[in-house]
Design a protein. Sequence first.
Length: 236
Amino acid sequence: MWHTPVSRGLRRRMPPVLRRRAIDALLQGLCFHYDPLANRVQCSITTLAIECGLATESAAGKLSITRATRALTFLSELGLITYQTEYDPLIGCYIPTDITFTSALFAALDVSEEAVAAARRSRVEWENRQRKKQGLDTLGMDELIAKAWRFVRERFRSYQTELKSRGIKRARARRDAGRERQDIVTLVKRQLTREIAEGRFTASREAVKREVERRVKERMILSRNRNYSRLATASP
């Protein structure tokens, strides 16, 4: 008599050790950045990966967050979180991922629905107290939830210009590492001359001299510091 195995879709095998460690580290970051009002993790995956020690960087300076994304996908498959990515064509990159907690995760963490609802009400009261201090009208829960959902995306878009500037400075610092000060002075003057010709920098002669000194000093510090990584801390 033949026995035909029937799959019930039950996971019986424990995840690999490294995956379990990644999930353990990631859960701490998810709970830390969790906003009970919006039921959303108010943080980007890149920031989470770096804070949780799950990001790696190649010799070329390319950041990898695969360990974090795999752990998030695994948690999503278990039904503990929802995990959705979205590409924004306006800024040309992915916006912060929507990560929300499900009731299954709260049950696994031994957190009751009453406690979650109480935390949400407490957050609403706190938000409205802050608005009163600023002389603003109080808002209902639905309006505050919508505001909380917009917060990360709006902050992310405004941050992109600054982030791009930092990346350009890191790449420039690598190139400046082998240059003498006079070479950097020449490059800065050439760059500033181009900006003046294009109308992007307008100032007096003395202001131009101060700007040259400022940029040269900044590039010298960055190039000699040799802190080009997004993961390593700055040397003393």
